[in-house]
Design a protein around this ligand. Structure first.
Ligand SMILES: Nc1ncnc2c1ncn2[C@@H]1O[C@H](COP(=O)(O)OP(=O)(O)O[C@H]2O[C@H](CO)[C@@H](O)[C@H](O)[C@H]2O)[C@@H](O)[C@H]1O
Length: 508
């Protein structure tokens, strides 16, 4: 007997495969097809990562793949093409206005996720990060580079890229993919689009003279469109034209509707919230963050037996030029930018060192912070160690070896570092904002302070130092931090709900 299976797909946007199945099916048989999701991102940790977006782009599609046919779209940067393995060119995407034509490649990650890669060497075959050159300066053609990404997303979603596949829903991330939803609307295509805001402070704003190069209709350059204080804004376009907006914690979802955190977009975001189009979904962390199995660690440990932490701490001390010590070890693992409160961490260092603490810092970013940190290490040899750069192994050993993580971020949409630290038994000391407020319980699995001032930060550090002196309390807090649920399951279910709502609204 033929198995009766349920139709799950959004029938308004059938794929070719779906249509073929329907044509050959008996009237009594319903056909099951997983919904197809195109996840559009400008970084993915498998190949290239500038920050937390890369990590979420690697983890979230994997958390969703059991429920959906989820495929990733990413520009074919040099670092992607050199690592992904064989890429088959499956189609061409035409030029449009100032946006050049490009090839569409298809490859797979090591664990079998389909990745669509934009083959456009003139835009993407360069050294440097996805957004800036080796001197930290924005690529001058970033508007074209990411309009190319948005337009390709719209094309692929409609079945004009891979002729055997189209998307039921488009999941966009941050400003680089923001134009995709606008291009769909301008073409009269009603594919539901979700935009996830990982950081509202990065907006992709460009001069209005670029409109015609990007194929943006003049009529869209207005408050109800892409215009943002006289500029063209990719992020605003994404927020305005997407069916639904998510951001990466509930608290940040509220914060961005207020002028203090709204970066000029709070009015529009308030409207989205009033319309039920804005949700906060906290990020998870992936299973590689397990101190009992992490191959980067010098010695494994667990919530039940933390003895291995010590060997990791000594390794960090050695690597960062710190003296051997029984005192508390504080870590900073961060992009060195104003958002992260690096200046506060630098100013609080004297308090930590004067109480017998040590600090290990790894980070890169604004040159003034890099210089100030190096000067700090110079002033406190053996007590403060600084590495300017990016190193995954060092970062993991720092989370594993440290007792405390300093995270005085002025704002923090979600924050991953505090969750990694908790999982590895290092207690975060953090400003009560955004995702930090949602993931840290003050005095239970970390320490929170209410306003981003040096005095409040120092008070929280003193509470940490007091805890360090009371072993039973330290052990209890460490255990609570390590046992806090951090996985992607709950968040993935929330995304499923949002996808479902967006599809239902599109059908209504
Ligand atoms: N020098 C270094 N060496 C090694 N590793 C380093 C490093 N500097 C940073 N890292 C790692 O990079 C990641 C940064 O994560 P954050 O959440 O702080 O990201 P970011 O602010 O970039 O992302 C934005 O997007 C993410 C994802 O949604 C949100 O969590 C966040 O609040 C928002 O600002 C962490 O995994 C950290 O360990």
């Amino acid at each position: 007997m033929l198995e009766s299976i349920q139709l799950e797909a959004n029938v308004a946007f059938p794929t070719v495969a779906h249509a073929e199945l329907q044509a050959s099916a008996q009237p009594s048989i319903s056909v099951k097809r997983r919904q197809s999701i195109l996840f559009v991102t400008s970084e993915i940790a498998d190949y290239i990562k500038a920050g937390g977006l890369g990590e979420v782009s690697a983890a979230l599609p994997r958390a969703l793949r059991h429920h959906y046919d989820v495929r990733i779209l990413i520009p074919g940067y040099r670092q992607v093409l050199s690592q992904i393995g064989p890429v088959e060119e499956i189609g061409r995407l035409p030029a449009s206005f100032g946006i050049p034509a490009c090839g569409l490649g298809r490859g797979t990650t090591q664990d079998g996720l389909t990745v669509y890669v934009l083959l456009c060497p003139e835009l993407y075959d360069r050294d440097g990060s996805p957004y800036v050159d080796g001197f930290g300066v924005d690529w001058s053609d970033n508007d074209i580079r990411f309009a190319r990404l948005g337009l390709a997303a719209a094309d692929i979603a409609c079945g004009n890229g891979d002729h055997l596949w189209r998307a039921d829903l488009l999941h966009l991330n941050d400003w680089p993919s923001g134009l995709a939803s606008a291009y769909l609307v301008w073409r009269g295509q009603h594919i539901p689009t979700i935009l996830t805001i990982h950081n509202l402070a990065y907006q992709g704003n460009f001069d209005r003279s670029r409109l015609s190069h990007l194929g943006i209709p003049d009529a869209a350059f207005q408050i109800n469109g892409v215009e943002f204080y006289g500029k063209l804004s990719f992020l605003k376009a994404g927020i305005y034209y997407s069916s639904h907006i998510t951001t990466v914690s509930s608290t940040y979802a509220h914060e961005i509707t207020r002028p203090e955190f709204g970066c000029g977009l709070d009015g529009l975001l308030r409207t989205c919230a009033e319309q039920g189009r804005l949700d906060g979904i906290i990020n998870g962390i992936d299973e590689s963050w397990d101190p009992s199995t992490d191959p980067y660690l010098v010695s494994p440990f667990s919530a039940e037996n933390c003895r291995g932490k010590r060997a990791n701490a000594n390794n960090v001390r050695q690597n960062f030029g710190l003296a051997l010590s029984n005192g508390p070890l504080f870590a900073v693992v961060s992009r060195l930018v104003h958002q992260k409160g690096v200046d506060l961490a630098i100013s609080a260092a004297e308090t930590i060192v004067s109480q017998g603490g040590q600090i290990a810092v790894i980070g890169q970013g604004e040159p003034r912070f890099e210089n100030e940190l190096q000067a700090l290490a110079h002033r406190h040899p053996g007590s403060v160690g600084v590495k300017i750069g990016y190193d995954e192994g060092d970062a993991r050993r720092m989370y594993a070896g440290s007792d405390f993580l300093l995270m005085p971020s002025r704002f923090e949409p979600c924050g991953l570092s505090q969750m990694y630290a908790q999982r590895f038994g290092s207690l975060p000391i953090a400003h009560r904002t955004g995702g930090l407020a949602d993931t840290i319980e003050d005095g239970v699995n970390g320490f929170l302070f209410g306003e981003p001032s040096l005095n409040r930060f120092k008070d929280a550090i003193k509470r940490g130092l007091d805890t360090f002196r009371s072993r039973p309390r330290l052990t209890a807090m460490r255990r609570a931090a390590m046992q806090r649920p951090h996985g992607w399951d709950r968040s993935a279910s929330r995304y499923q709900e949002v996808y479902q709502r967006a599809c239902q609204t599109a059908l209504a």
